[in-house]
Design a binder for this molecule. Structure first.
Ligand SMILES: [Zn+2]
Length: 371
């Protein structure tokens, strides 16, 4: 896309945000509340009709307009992921994908698989958005991991900004889940419905958007990785998707499992997330969640030395997080965290897999903690 074209699109988003902010201001005025100052204005976005969701779920999400605007700029490339006819894909590939889906419709029996359509996921808040459509009887085969290209912000604002965008019909994109660094998780498109995140693969995919720019050095925090692992473990269990790396060819699924957006190529919309990050720790975290059931029981199989180093690393991270980052605290915290991480990395190499039930769980747990 040319720079001028891009600028025009960004302009359109900024206008959209301004309109939404104006609507929010209007609502606030109707309520008799004084209109907020421009710099701290808040946008309230009504969510999908609550008939499809839990009675207790919120029917609107509130986002600082600044957070929404920043997320809109960063996430621009995801706009239009609803289209299942992405550029750069041959008619033959598209046909093959559609043929596979038609074949799956004949064999799948959706109502028997998910009578409740999984309206809740432990660890996640359910807030269902407007941008979703029917799978038309196709059961998902892939769990697709993405990142938003938007930055983490304290609290729910970062997640809510994405929820707001994915609730905007003109944005024409959405995902099943959104998770941030603090492990806040929003479940926003029911797994039995189609999220609009990976173009030609939407009918067969469940998706998660991790809040990350691609410049953090890791996809998510240890806590975020544990949440992600839990969601993937639960979700793939519900749909009988194997906990393994998946594969595709053109627009067809050749191996059901966990994939990243990049792996889906042009038919998936031609995005490169989650590059430069690896999918291996994500799959390890999902296996750890599955093996342990809960993290504490997976942790209980660690050796004493492993536990000491895991605790050390997590303690220093907590200190850094509570004080505003690694640059704000004494250097020895960083040194001790690095030392513990190096020890755990070396340890991973020495733990052979498969000879006892405990070892895969230990390896997965340690890999998830390293992040
Ligand atoms: Zn993506």
């Amino acid at each position: 896309m040319s720079l001028s074209h891009r600028r025009a699109l960004l302009g359109a988003i900024v206008s959209l945000v301004a309109v939404l902010a104006a609507i929010a201001l209007g609502v606030a005025t109707d309520d008799g509340a004084p209109p907020p100052a421009t710099t701290s204005s808040v946008v309230t976005l009504p969510l999908a009709p609550s008939a499809i969701a839990d009675p207790g779920q919120p029917d609107a999400v509130t986002v600082p307009s600044q957070a929404l605007e920043q997320a809109a700029r960063a996430t621009e490339d995801h706009r239009g992921s609803r289209s299942e006819n992405p550029p750069g894909v041959s008619a033959g590939e598209l046909d093959a994908g559609r043929e596979q889906q038609e074949d799956l419709v004949q064999r799948d029996d959706l109502p028997n698989v998910t009578p409740l359509a999984a309206p809740s996921q432990r660890g996640c808040r359910s807030t269902f958005v407007r941008n979703a459509s029917s799978r038309r009887g196709v059961k998902p085969r892939l769990f697709v991991v993405h990142y938003t290209v938007s930055a983490n912000r304290p609290g729910w604002d970062d997640v809510n900004a994405i929820v707001g965008l994915f609730n905007t019909p003109s944005f024409a994109a959405s995902s099943s889940y959104v998770i941030d660094d603090e492990a806040h998780c929003a479940y926003i498109v029911r797994e039995s419905d189609k999220p609009w995140t990976q173009a030609g693969f939407n009918p067969v995919s469940i998706s998660v958007e991790m809040i990350a720019t691609g410049r953090e050095g890791r996809l998510t925090s240890a806590a975020g990785m544990r949440r992600l692992g839990q969601v993937i473990s639960d979700s793939t269990r519900r749909w009988g998707i194997p906990l393994q790396r998946g594969a595709v060819s053109g627009c067809t699924v050749t191996r059901a499992g966990i994939v990243d957006h990049r792996q889906l190529g042009s038919c998936g919309g031609g995005h490169v997330d989650i590059s430069p990050y690896s999918l291996a720790p994500v799959i390890a975290a999902a296996k750890a969640a599955r093996a342990g059931g809960t993290q504490p029981s997976a942790r209980s199989v660690l050796t004493k030395a492993e536990r000491t180093n895991v605790d050390e690393l997590q303690k220093r991270r907590l200190i850094a997080r509570r004080n505003g980052g690694w640059t704000k605290i004494a250097a020895f915290h960083n040194q001790r965290a690095e030392a513990a991480k190096a020890w755990l990395r070396a340890r991973l190499k020495t733990i052979a897999s498969g000879t006892t039930n405990h070892r895969p769980a230990r390896r997965a747990y340690i890999a998830a903690v390293i992040g």
